[in-house]
Design a protein around this ligand. Structure first.
Ligand code: PRP
Length: 206
């Protein structure tokens, strides 16, 4: 039985469809319910819906053999896992953004609001810029509007949230997409099953 951690939400649903097309379906998962674990004995697979930012934890600790996580989560938390494939979905980018016409006063420490403190710190260190990180858990875009921060580091998909809050992209830090990841020990002990998933999914994504 292969244990698979999927990110709860829209991305997870489209990723599950990839698994299904690759021959690892579990029809019960499509039924309306609050259940979080679904199993298909026939296809040898068990799915868990987990919070997207937790997928790396389940996979690193072996509660799941494989999982799907955004590259943003992998860069932020750096779980000790194998990254097996780019699923070419959940495509967006990590950016720095600020009020229109923002001018950086380099004599001051830059205040940056973000959910991605590690990514933001690494990026500004590489730029040689001192920053004060203000760690938030969501609605990052309002921080500069309320004077809580100068800039934000966040994910942009369509750009609508930035636009509607009078913010604009300053720099793209890194492109993001969903990745198939594996627990290191599982990849040794269940290599055949995991490789079959990778092959099936790669067929779907190329
Ligand atoms: C993400 C991100 C932006 C928004 C970007 O937020 O943090 O706020 O999506 O999407 P857009 O460019 O298409 O407008 P999410 O919906 O994950 O909620 P959050 O604000 O709670 O992080």
């Amino acid at each position: 039985m292969l244990n698979v951690a999927l990110p709860k939400g829209r991305l997870g649903e489209s990723v599950y469809d990839m698994f299904e097309k690759a021959g690892f379906g579990c029809p019960a998962i499509k039924e309306e319910s609050r259940k979080l674990i679904f199993e298909s004995v026939e296809n040898g697979v068990r799915y868990f819906w987990v919070k997207p930012s937790d997928v790396g934890v389940y996979v690193e600790r072996g509660a799941a053999d494989i999982g799907v996580a955004g590259k943003d989560i992998l860069l932020e938390y750096e779980p000790d896992i194998y990254e097996l494939a780019d699923l070419h979905c959940g495509i967006c980018r990590m950016v720095s953004a600020g009020p229109k016409g923002f001018h950086d006063d380099t004599t001051r420490t830059l205040r940056v609001a973000t959910k991605f403190s590690h990514i933001a710190q690494t990026y500004y260190t590489s730029q040689g810029r001192d920053i004060d990180i203000i760690h938030l858990n969501g609605s990052i875009e309002i921080a500069p509007l309320l004077g809580l921060s100068d800039l934000i580091v966040d994910i942009v998909e369509t750009g609508t949230t930035l636009k509607e809050n009078n913010l604009e992209v300053i720099d793209t830090i890194v492109p993001i997409s969903a990745r198939l990841i594996a627990n290191k020990a599982s990849y040794a002990f269940k290599k055949e099953e995991i490789d079959a998933v990778v092959r099936g999914i790669k067929k779907e994504t190329t």
